[in-house]
Design a protein around this ligand. Structure first.
Ligand SMILES: NC(=O)c1ccc[n+]([C@@H]2O[C@H](COP(=O)([O-])OP(=O)(O)OC[C@H]3O[C@@H](n4cnc5c(N)ncnc54)[C@H](OP(=O)(O)O)[C@@H]3O)[C@@H](O)[C@H]2O)c1
Length: 275
């Protein structure tokens, strides 16, 4: 599938990673439905950037925690585009909605996380597939470490929700394979110009220092454009036989072992050692 002339919906594309994905797809010739929750002004900025790329699209508002809203969002896509080729589920509620450890999290916070990822993806993938032409692409933006590990305690609900979404990707991949619709997840590492920049300055600096200190082999944070590139890659013709996978796009972060000191892993070879 070539991206030119295609129709895409990117949830949470008012800012952050979603904006990077929307701009990349627009740059490759796709029309983009720019979804937002509350931040219409930011969504308008994304849409203007889509238009600067020579493409077009429209704005659509929805709370992805409410399945009725997800259905309404696809109704709007049908009315505006009449079809769909690419659905990227990227939206995630802001941290106060769910960010609490397992001993104290409220059931409301738990539901916010699960509804925004698992239920929204279940409903979204079904709705998308009905609008989609054969050979389409469905992509969930996850954070795979949160679903595998247990150390980041306040992430318990979102980690569980993302793990459920990754699992759904595999089930939908099989369900839609005969229509050549691929369904994959992308797992970014820490990304600049995203939720990271809403954290206290001290926390942001700690994360940057950690990246530069050797635990991430490439030694720096990613960008929304890096994730847009990965989405474009999965949307290309060349990726037509890749389905049901979770792709880490993290500068090698997921390759590091936590049970060994960094110097023993030789994460940062000196220039002389490389030569
Ligand atoms: N940032 C990272 O380093 C990182 C790393 C790994 C994975 N991820 C994943 O990448 C995705 C994007 O992260 P980000 O940091 O770029 O996000 P972000 O900057 O915090 O933006 C969140 C987006 O989701 C929308 N949103 C918030 N609550 C919503 C709701 N209830 N219903 C519908 N949309 C809602 C926001 O819309 P408004 O602007 O209208 O509020 C915004 O467009 C998330 O799924 C996240 O888990 C991020």
């Amino acid at each position: 599938m070539s991206t030119a002339g295609k129709y895409a919906l990117v949830t949470g594309s008012s800012r952050g990673i979603g904006r990077g994905i929307a701009i990349k797809l627009a740059g490759k010739g796709a029309r983009v439905a720019v979804h937002y929750y509350q931040n219409e002004d930011a969504a308008k900025v994304t849409l203007s950037k889509v238009r600067e790329c020579g493409s077009d699209g429209f704005l659509v508002q929805a709370d992805v925690c409410r399945h009725e809203d997800v259905g309404r969002m696809f109704g709007r896509v049908k009315a505006e585009f009449g079809k769909l080729d690419i659905f990227v589920h990227n939206a995630r509620p802001d941290l106060p909605g769910f960010y609490t450890g397992p001993m104290n999290i409220t059931l409301e916070q738990w539901d916010t996380a699960l509804n925004s990822q698992a239920k929204a993806f279940l409903v979204g993938a079904r709705e998308a597939s009905q609008l989609m032409r054969d050979g389409g692409r469905i992509i969930g933006i996850t954070y795979a470490p949160g679903g595998r590990f247990g150390s980041w305690q306040p992430w318990v609900a979102m980690g569980s929700a993302k793990a459920a979404m990754e699992s759904l990707c595999r089930y939908f991949a099989v369900a839609l394979a005969r229509r050549r619709i691929t369904v994959n997840a992308i797992s970014p590492g820490w990304i600049e110009d995203s939720v990271l920049n809403t954290l206290p300055k001290e926390a942001q600096q700690k994360i940057r220092d950690w990246h530069e200190g050797g635990w991430i082999p490439m030694g720096h944070l990613g960008t929304p454009a890096d994730i847009g590139n990965a989405v474009a890659l999965l949307c290309s013709d060349e990726a037509s036989w890749i389905t049901g996978q979770t792709l880490a796009v993290d500068g090698g972060a997921s390759l590091m072992e936590t049970v060994m000191p960094l110097d023993m892993q030789q994460a940062v070879p000196r220039a002389a050692e490389v030569a």
